[in-house]
Write a protein of this length. Sequence first.
Length: 110
Amino acid sequence: MNKSSLYKGCLEPIIMRLLSDNDRMYGYQITQMVKKITKGELKITEGALYPLLHRLEERGILETESENIGNRVRKYYKLTNVGTKQTSVAMEELKTFMQSLQLIINPQTA
């Protein structure tokens, strides 16, 4: 099994947590932070990241700020108030999911 398919459903809470911890970030910065934190184990592609960022923005979880950097405009993403609350919910759901996986991986510890 491809490990990217394992974490695909976890991208949303991962991104929300990073934005919660870092206030605002741009897309490439998010991909590099995930890569750094996970020591290269998780790599988010642009093809997975940007559609998710746009969906989160449409749902009112993220808002954007544009900033001119040299000759280009950089788009920063940050959590809205709703997004901050939703991040807490997403983290609890992720913890519960991880606990359920632990029961399957190590059934003798249940």
